[in-house]
Ligand binder design. Sequence first.
Ligand code: IPM
Ligand code: MN
Length: 355
Amino acid sequence: MANYKIAVIPGDGIGPEVVHEGLKVLGAAAAKTGVTFDFEHYDLGGERYLRTEETLPDAVLDELRGFDAIYLGAVGHPEVAPGILEKQLLLRLRFELDQYINLRPVKLYPGVETPLRDKGPEEIDFVIVRENTEGLYSGMGGIQYKGTPHEVSTQIHMTTRFGAERCIRYAFDLTRKRDRAKKLTLCGKTNVLTFVHDTWFRAFHEVGEADYPDIERDYAHVDATTMWMVKNPEWFDVIVTENMFGDIITDLGAMIQGGLGVAAGGNINPEGVSMFEPIGGSAPKYTGQNVACPIAAISSTQMMMETLGEAETAARIERAVERALSSGRIESLAAGRMGMSTSEVGDMIAGFAAE
Ligand code: IPM
Ligand code: MN
């Protein structure tokens, strides 16, 4: 039976509370399937930074390379200036571990309310594949003549053919594996970003034509993509897109699937160490109150199990989440309005996962 070494980074805000529930459910499901774990906790995040000025020491990064997967709660602290923890901790982990895919399913489960009138679980079930190591996130650029009337700032939209192509190939493979509409939509902005999105567009069609003749290729500009995600979400099977567009459209995706409380994500290096996290953030307002929805964190453990090849454990977690969502017992998935506490929701799902 498989045993996995998992690094746990609860992080900031509600991170520790939701990670606690994720581990509870994972443990309950794995006890049934025989999968075992060695967990190691790391106190990376805002508190440690405020105490020691450390975000991600090199020695810790090197240790993290030795795990089978990383489970992350949230990064972001109200007393730390924006950009520090994000760039030095979260983005550095994604880049250094070359987690070049950010996989974000948009799936509306039965019993969950969506703001889209007339749309239900039948219509809202697709996956967004976000490139996770390049684009506007590369950190290239700078500020010249700062603080003067001549201040100039640039933020370079760095794109490589290699980076676009490996992401596109991953998305084609996923579309094939899902075996649904077999349709892959490239989301870009070829009419304005005529350099970087030309690279993406050519890579998409060249790779698709050569190696994925069974997959339908579709293209949508990013602005139109947001429109269709609201108006006709059923048109999508898999969407592949660059880093910044992926960041933006996955928050919209989270909203139509019931909110940030249920939106899970995986930062995936198909050949290396992947990291799983709820996409919602640290929500400082709700910290320590036991009111945040833990479902996104729980579903992130499901994605971890899928990625590690533990399909049975993953399916057990998903079924447990589905049962809880359709039970009618959770009043709302919004933080503070669940009618249950974070740990009660975790207990209920862990109970189902153990059955
Ligand atoms: C996300 C977040 C991060 C991102 C931030 C916290 C750097 O918004 O995971 O979507 O922009 O990627
Ligand atoms: Mn985001």
